[in-house]
Design a protein around this ligand. Structure first.
Ligand code: URA
Length: 424
């Protein structure tokens, strides 16, 4: 067997055997197969797809390329929640403590941001002192003690994905449903949770640009989860505009805190409540409205925020030291009308340019910068009314670039829904 035979087979749209996929993945991880050969195979997969059987085999081979976490020392049902990535997505910071305050075990390994989307680990590190690197033992102990730990992925969890994902990122081979499904599910299954909840973002600011593709991805991930007897639930949510108002690390943590205290943005609250009530319903076997009542109670009685404080303290952070830049200026609307679109992708890129994200994994992030919207899709705006507040440090921003992200018309167009589908 040679890698060239395997590339040619996929180029001719044929189904690869498990042995062939193993040869390619393991050969790439150990260096026998070169970047240019793997990128050629990946491009053949992007163009010609994979059968479900090939995707399940690929997922399994990637899981077995590294450690699989054994969380059996944690008592109770362990939930992992993942988002396929969006702009202003701070869901985990709200949902984690909220569910943990009801006794659900949240043992979660999160990622950093790359591209125009942010990552939970960078957001947490904007809290002074917050340690995202716990040992496996510390991680398990903390979940047993306070029901929640949020840490960065250990280096030997699915090393095959780490290497292949980095290559995909620079070879135009990210956007493939089987490759995305196997990449996400290999990490979720290796992380050891009992129930996997995935928020598949759909729209301009997301990896999945349309609902049909998002449904295919969700169905495939549910099928992969089922083959490991891990119940997997996918919620499809709209990412045509940023989630909430804040984009940027410390600014997003502050918005998450407001939400935990009951005064957050309604779209963020709706997604968090929908995701959390599905999880509570599945774990406690109660109907959705009862689950939602329980969750609102935890916000109103302060328990959800208290759990966030406990989490920050347990991981060494100082909740009173979350700095945002004091160099703030306001961008005002150049006309009156209704906001029919806010370009999430472009705003995510602008936030990255001013320092809230990285261009390469080695770039330093500026936790204090970002954007806070003053308006959302559907709102009315007057000429000279504020659209966005910009928090800057060392870099500048173009006002016309930001204004071009807002589509303002005389009439309000039909509004799209926030929650698009549930697939389980
Ligand atoms: N997130 C992942 O972890 N992998 C992908 O391929 C895409 C998004």
């Amino acid at each position: 067997m040679t890698i060239i035979d395997i590339i040619n087979k996929k180029r001719l749209k044929k189904e690869l055997t498990r042995e062939e996929i193993t040869f390619a993945v393991n050969g790439y991880v150990n260096g026998d197969i070169k970047d240019y050969q793997m990128s050629s195979l990946l491009m053949a997969i992007v163009l010609n797809g994979m059968t479900d059987r090939e995707t399940i085999d690929l997922t399994d081979i990637m899981i077995n390329s590294g450690d699989v976490l054994d969380l059996s020392k944690i008592d109770g049902i362990i939930v992992d929640k993942h988002s396929t990535g969006g702009v202003g997505d701070k869901e985990t910071l709200v949902l984690g403590p909220l569910l943990a305050s009801l006794g659900i075990k949240i043992a979660k390994m999160s990622g950093r941001g790359l591209g125009h989307t942010g990552g939970t680990i960078d957001k947490l590190e904007s809290i002074k002192g917050f340690n995202t690197k716990l040992s496996e033992e510390e991680f398990i102990d903390q979940v047993n003690k306070i029901n929640i730990a949020l840490v960065s992925q250990t280096s030997n969890l699915v090393p095959a994905d780490k290497k292949i994902y980095a290559l995909r990122d620079v070879t135009g081979t990210v956007e493939s449903i089987p490759l995305i499904a196997s990449s996400i599910m290999s990490k979720k299954i290796a992380s050891g949770a009992d129930i996997i909840m995935i928020d598949v973002k759909v729209g301009n600011g997301a990896l999945m640009k349309n609902l049909d593709d998002a449904r295919l991805l969700a169905k495939l991930m549910v099928k992969i989860g089922a083959s490991y007897r891990k119940p997997t639930i996918c919620l499809l949510t709209n990412m045509e505009e940023p989630l909430g108002y804040a984009i940027g690390n410390a600014l997003e943590v502050k918005e998450a805190i407001d939400t935990l205290k009951g005064s957050g943005p309604s779209d963020l609250l709706e997604v968090v409540m929908t995701l959390s009530s599905i999880i509570i319903g599945a774990v406690k076997k109660i109907p959705n409205n009862e689950a939602k009542n329980l969750l609102f109670k935890q916000i109103n009685n302060g328990e959800a925020y208290k759990k966030f404080e406990e989490l920050v303290e347990a991981q060494g952070g100082d909740i009173n030291d979350i700095k945002v830049s004091d160099k703030v200026f306001s961008i005002k609307s150049d006309k009156s009308g209704y906001i029919n679109k806010i370009d999430a992708l472009r705003l995510g890129e602008i936030a990255k340019q001013i320092g809230a994200g990285r261009n390469t994994l080695d770039d330093e992030i500026d936790y204090e910068v970002g954007l806070v919207l003053n308006k959302k899709v559907g709102d009315k705006v007057e000429k000279d009314e504020e659209l966005v507040k910009v928090y800057l440090k060392n870099k500048d921003v173009s006002i016309s670039d930001i204004l071009s992200c807002f589509k303002i018309d005389d009439e309000l167009k039909v509004m799209t829904k926030l929650i698009l589908d549930i697939i389980k």
